[in-house]
Design a protein around this ligand. Sequence first.
Ligand code: NAD
Length: 356
Amino acid sequence: MTKKIAVLPGDGIGVEIIAEALKLLDALKNDGLDVELTEAPVGGAGYDAAGKPLPDETLALVKQADAILLGAVGGPQYENLSRELRPERGLLGLRSELELFANLRPAILYPQLADASSLKTEVVAGLDIMIVRELTGGIYFGEPRGIRKKDNGEREGFNTLVYSESEVDRISRVAFDIAMKRGKKLCSVDKANVLEVSELWREVVENVGQEYKEVELSHMYVDNAAMQLVKWPKQFDVMVTKNMFGDILSDTAAMLTGSIGMLPSASLDANSKGMYEPIHGSAPDIAGKGVANPLATILSVAMMLRYSLDQPALADKIDTAVGRVLDKGLRTPDIMAQGCKEVGTVEMGEAVLAEL
Ligand code: NAD
């Protein structure tokens, strides 16, 4: 059956990198990939086209799509807009409208790029971690929240960290399922020594773990997890954690790899419908120059094939092609190293295409 993919290039380099990803998707049609691609504006482009960052037509399109491929949003020309019209609101709208509660952030360091990390090569070469972050609950959304005045006139800010059993249950199932497809190790990160929410979190994760006996489950406090990620990251396979801890730890893990232009991400709903995007932004400083690294977006396509379109063989094909291109020494400026050949966005995209 034809799968519908909504393609949202967004702003800045989003447009350039999505163009390369689309060439790959087109080429994979020869391998039997049956997809229908429809483009729509979001972010600043949405504001320009329809006066808001998530236009109604775009929302209707993504709602009936099987998967969404997104470039990036944002740009200096939109910074003075009111909060609800800013490009980033388009992203938040997509996440909440589609109930994308599971954020998958791999931190993979291709051995060919080990020099790009600020850590020692032996600590990071070949790193392959998957961080599963809860995305629609926790302290970022908990009520009550606000800034209020105390009896003595002093102001105080407050937020609520709340997780229900069902929220923990569904995110842990996503993490266990992913662990089953990988190294069968799952580390749940919490703060159960201090927070009641974490006590419940740990209990629910343990319970779900009873159904996944093959997966080796461990628990770690978030402060220790932050240390261990930097000390010996290769001890981890899959990590699962709540929204705020995941926000911070996934950025730490991403930077272990040293190259923001290489990292894909996925956000999934309960039925494996997902939105796939590079973790980087619209990079206004290099937009339009033809030098943006398209590999994070290309690897996002591989994730889409794996997690939403049930095409693991095609996903492997893309991953392998990217590895071969790096083996050949082709590098965009952000990952350039001595002895390699510097290429632009289009040349990099076409090199991957040729390897396919
Ligand atoms: P950024 O990720 O856009 O850029 C940070 C730095 O990394 C820049 O120097 C940029 O040139 C470089 N970079 C990023 N992607 C690259 C790539 N593919 N190839 C080569 N170099 C790359 O973050 P920023 O500068 O903080 O934000 C710029 C805009 O993007 C802002 O409007 C911000 O709100 C938005 N943003 C959007 C997303 C998203 O769409 N998911 C994420 C982060 C930031």
